[in-house]
Design a protein around this ligand. Structure first.
Ligand code: NAD
Ligand code: ZN
Length: 366
């Protein structure tokens, strides 16, 4: 559960939660109608069992199927979603249900925050990333021409159903990308979990019962940080470990590019954060080497030149970082590490040190 006073809610994790969602939703909001939002990929695979279970529970439901991909997280689709839900006569006490990855969850959550000045919504995340990250914590929103996630709201779901069975159809690359976020939680403040992942990752990737455990620990790790600092006044920033580097790389490559997906940017980003920490004398080099070795073992990238087109220079990466919303008055704020599981917020990081680090990273190659 995520403890946020009267906005606390349950996160259920298990193999058959889509097929049994109807009964749980009926219990959560007796008599409510449901408006399902999904994308074309997930809709083709998981909409039928969800609708069947709503049917069985006698819940009135309607749905909207949006195109898959980051480019769906826009004002245009936000409007389409709101109007479709109103057209389907969804009232204030009814429920929106987000069935899909982080794109569908963020967009639907934002619509729920705004429709009729606030409706309840249920997250049914179907990617590793959305199960361990975006469905927990209540950040919702859309992208704009000026950047990602710049318009949004904090709006907590009423319930999260993380169906681990749904991950059976997730493409391997998306699975690995989400795994990078699990590794991130180990690196932030759960060193034992990182040890565990080093040992058990083959079973996690094999979708064994270990996967459920890894997702549960990750959700708990995120929920603990969020409960401490819901609106990111302090500690929540730790969750950005690897993301200042990662977002800059994503921005340069393009958000809807097949060249780099978010979790891959995070993998390179956490490896960079540890290498930079070692270089600046905060953390032992062995820790940085261990992080990199684990990410590489599962097939994730760890080096900037692996994911950027040739010809990009340090200045371009720094400029992309400077536009990131984590930058305040020119000073770079980074999440650095003293060791595995000992991350900290470093304010006022010297831009010149980052520049020379990036130059070496680009020179040394993959
Ligand atoms: P996504 O929603 O685009 O899903 C990735 C791809 O996998 C899509 O093509 C999707 O159709 C497909 N897919 C999803 N589930 C599937 C399944 N079970 N089987 C087969 N295919 C499936 O991407 P994502 O990685 O889940 O989420 C990324 C988004 O999450 C970004 O927009 C990011 O900004 C956001 N995000 C939000 C938060 C937050 O706190 N709100 C945190 C992290 C990321
Ligand atoms: Zn992330």
């Amino acid at each position: 559960a995520v403890a946020l006073g009267d906005r606390s809610y349950d996160i259920l994790i298990g193999p058959d939660l889509i097929a049994t969602a109807g009964a749980r939703i009926a219990q959560l909001a007796p008599g409510a109608s449901v408006f399902i939002v999904t994308d074309a990929h997930v809709g083709a695979l998981w909409l039928a069992p969800l609708e069947a279970s709503l049917e069985q529970a006698g819940i009135r439901h309607d749905r909207l199927i949006l195109p898959a991909g980051e480019s769906t997280k826009t004002f245009a689709h936000f409007q389409q979603l709101c109007e479709a839900a109103l057209e389907a006569r969804m009232e204030r006490g009814d429920l929106l249900v987000a069935l899909g990855g982080g794109v569908i969850g963020d967009l639907t959550g934002f619509a729920a925050a705004s429709l009729r000045r606030g409706m309840n919504f249920v997250q049914i995340p179907t990617t590793v990333l959305s199960q361990v990250d975006s469905s927990v914590g209540g950040k919702t929103g859309v992208n704009t021409a000026q950047g990602k996630n710049l318009v949004g709201a904090f709006h907590q779901p009423a319930l999260v159903l993380a169906d681990t069975g749904s991950l059976a159809t997730l493409p391997p690359r998306e699975f690995a990308a989400g795994y990078a976020e699990m590794v991130k939680y180990g690196l932030i403040d759960r060193p034992d979990f990182f040890d565990w992942l080093e040992k058990h990752w083959p079973a996690v990737f094999g979708r064994g019962p270990e996967l459920e455990h890894a997702i549960a620990v990750s959700c708990e790790a995120k929920a603990a940080v969020v409960a401490r600092d819901e609106t990111e006044q302090g500690d929540r920033a730790l969750l950005n470990l690897g993301h200042t580097f990662g977002h800059a790389l994503e921005k340069i490559v393009g958000y809807d590019s097949s060249r780099l997906v978010h979790g891959e940017g995070v993998a390179v980003g956490v490896a960079c954060a540890f290498r930079f920490s070692a270089r600046e004398g905060f953390c032992p080099p062995e820790a940085a080497e261990r992080v990199e070795a684990h990410l590489r073992a599962v097939g994730l990238p760890t080096r900037i030149p692996e994911v950027l087109p040739t010809g990009v220079d340090a200045k371009e990466i720094l400029d992309a970082m400077a536009q990131d919303k984590k930058v305040k008055r020119g000073a770079l704020t980074f999440i650095l590490a003293r060791d595995i599981g000992q991350s900290f917020i470093a304010k006022n990081v010297d831009v010149e040190k980052v520049r020379s680090f990036l130059e070496d990273e680009l020179r040394n190659g993959a």
